[in-house]
Design a protein around this ligand. Structure first.
Ligand code: SF4
Ligand code: SF4
Length: 380
């Protein structure tokens, strides 16, 4: 859908401001870039004003304006509070598509896009190193009912998550496989407003997954999950012949079927809801269920949890255009997590783990940072 398709919604914004500031909750600010900079143009109301101006041909774009439009972590907090239930995420994506058409995709994102196209990941890493974290290749390239799709960030930057996902599936006794030539899920293209490129990637991934014979695709990355579960059927205009689950959802389901036991690993933990997994897909319970299935674990919630969770600041590739947003949001959320008194902060997303590891390093805190998948692997 183009930005013109959203004209009515864009014009129906009431300008009430609940999308970045909640007066009923003591003016609680919910939008990371607005929190970091305090200017209205960073929040949803400002973005919709920009969309109106774009629609009316009244917005003169330059590199700074483009960067501001991309300064969004895609956390969905604005949409969850919008008084008019506007499809804000869809509008932002259409707006980015328009920015791309006008030739103002920020340069740094052009290099991400080129890397996805040429190397199959946005980090300009060699495709041949993607599975370097694997202990051996006996599960690679075969056919099985379950496919582990690791995703670019766990495969290259947070390999502890990829390795742990593999170990957890092995411990569950699942008949699973990995693609010999796994490539990006297409999430970066969608994030940047490069929808036709995302479509080409979706077609390629569909073919690869069908070739694996998988009925269930399991991933530890909420970005891949949302891309496969929500975007891929829309891009390809068809229902997919397999289900896609976050690894915590898969483990929770296996637990219900019985026979999943973890070793005792006592401790007090808190859990940060990743935006794509929580607000994006409504997955709040499975991660909590599996974390507390480890005997001796007690979970303490942060003041802003579940739908009210504050973003870690590392979504939407925002740090490439606005490092302040990434750092300040991570520091804010980290302080809240540590304030619970937990000994470990768990999340279920590789980007959140990066955010918290950096925040922890800058404070010298002894509190541990782990993905739930890593936490479970430790208790096998
Ligand atoms: S909450 Fe919705 S209607 Fe109100 S200003 Fe924000 S986008 Fe507009
Ligand atoms: S998605 Fe999050 S970061 Fe983007 S405008 Fe909405 S609240 Fe702000």
């Amino acid at each position: 859908m183009t930005l013109d398709n959203y004209r009515d919604q864009v014009y129906s914004c009431l300008r009430c401001g609940f999308c970045f500031d909640l007066p009923a909750e003591g003016n609680r600010r919910i939008c990371p870039p607005y929190c970091a900079h305090g200017f209205e143009s960073y929040g949803a109301r400002g973005k919709l004003a920009a969309a109106r101006a774009l629609l009316d041909g009244e917005l003169e774009i330059d590199a700074e304006v483009a960067n501001r439009l991309y300064a969004c972590t895609e956390c969905g907090a604005c949409e969850s509070q919008c008084f008019k239930y506007l499809p804000l995420s869809e509008i932002y994506r259409a707006m980015k598509e328009r920015v791309v058409e006008l030739g103002w995709l920020p340069e740094v994102f052009q290099s991400f896009a080129d890397a996805v196209k040429e190397q199959g990941n946005p980090y300009s890493k060699e495709g041949k190193d993607r599975l370097a974290w694997l202990p051996d290749r006996r599960r690679v390239g075969g056919r099985a009912s379950v496919l582990l799709f690791s995703g670019c960030t766990p495969s290259y930057l947070r390999r502890g998550i990829a390795r742990s996902a593999f170990q957890v599936l092995e411990a569950l006794g699942s008949p699973f496989t990995l693609l010999a030539d796994e490539q990006c899920c297409g999430h970066p293209f969608l994030s940047l407003g490069l929808v036709s490129q995302a479509q080409a990637v979706a077609e390629r991934n569909l073919e690869a997954i069908l070739g694996s014979g998988a009925e269930t695709v399991v991933t530890p990355c909420p970005g891949c999950l949302k891309t496969f579960r929500v975007d891929m059927p829309l891009l390809l205009k068809k229902k997919l012949p397999f289900e896609v689950l976050h690894l915590t959802e898969y483990v929770a389901r296996e637990m219900e079927r019985g026979g999943v036991y973890f070793r005792r690993n006592p401790g007090l933990v808190t859990y940060h809801d990743p935006c794509n997994l929580g607000r994006g897909l409504g997955v709040y319970d499975a991660p909590r269920r599996v974390a507390t299935a480890v005997p001796g674990v007690r979970l303490v919630e942060m003041p802003r949890a579940r739908q009210a969770a504050f973003c870690c600041g590392h979504g939407g590739f925002v740090r490439a255009v606005d490092l302040d947003v990434a750092k300040e949001s991570a520091a804010d959320r980290w302080a809240e997590a540590v304030g619970t008194g937990a000994e470990a902060v768990l999340s279920a997303c590789p980007a959140c783990e990066t955010a918290f590891l950096e925040a922890r390093a800058s404070t010298g805190s002894p509190v541990e940072v782990l993905d739930i998948v890593e936490f479970l692997a430790r208790a096998l």
